[in-house]
Design a protein around this ligand. Structure first.
Ligand SMILES: [Zn+2]
Length: 125
């Protein structure tokens, strides 16, 4: 797929999250977080599971026809790297059907193992 990357960096998809979806390691937790947002947009369930830490990885994700969101954009608010762990705070906006736009704000934890970043989960406020 050509065109701008869904994650909003302004780069082309192939130059941005497309490389990560193809198997390249993420440079940092923010890049991984962005690639996961793009994977939601593209409904790449395999990538979402692969980038999820095994300790918190859910069962396979089903993108069902009914409640399928339309993703509207991503804003990264903060990226705090600390060696092999990092926190990223972001807002992802989406809409389901004809409903109004929803802002999902999350402060997420990431860890790096064997050179690969993984999403662990939300940090409790
Ligand atoms: Zn991207």
């Amino acid at each position: 797929m050509d065109g701008a990357c869904p994650c909003g960096t302004g780069r082309g998809y192939a130059d941005c999250c497309g490389r990560l979806h193809a198997g390249a390691p993420a440079a940092d937790a923010e890049a991984l977080m962005r690639s996961r947002y793009s994977a939601y947009v593209r409904e790449d369930a395999v990538y979402l599971l692969r980038s999820w830490h095994p300790s918190t990885r859910p069962p396979p994700i089903a993108f069902d026809e009914g409640g399928r969101p339309t993703w509207l954009g991503l804003t990264v608010l903060r990226h705090d790297p600390h060696g092999d762990s990092a926190a990223v705070e972001f807002i992802a906006r989406y809409r389901i059907g004809g409903g109004s736009a929803v802002r999902m704000r999350e402060h997420s934890r990431f860890v790096r193992e064997d050179g690969h970043w993984f999403y662990v989960g939300a940090i409790d406020a």
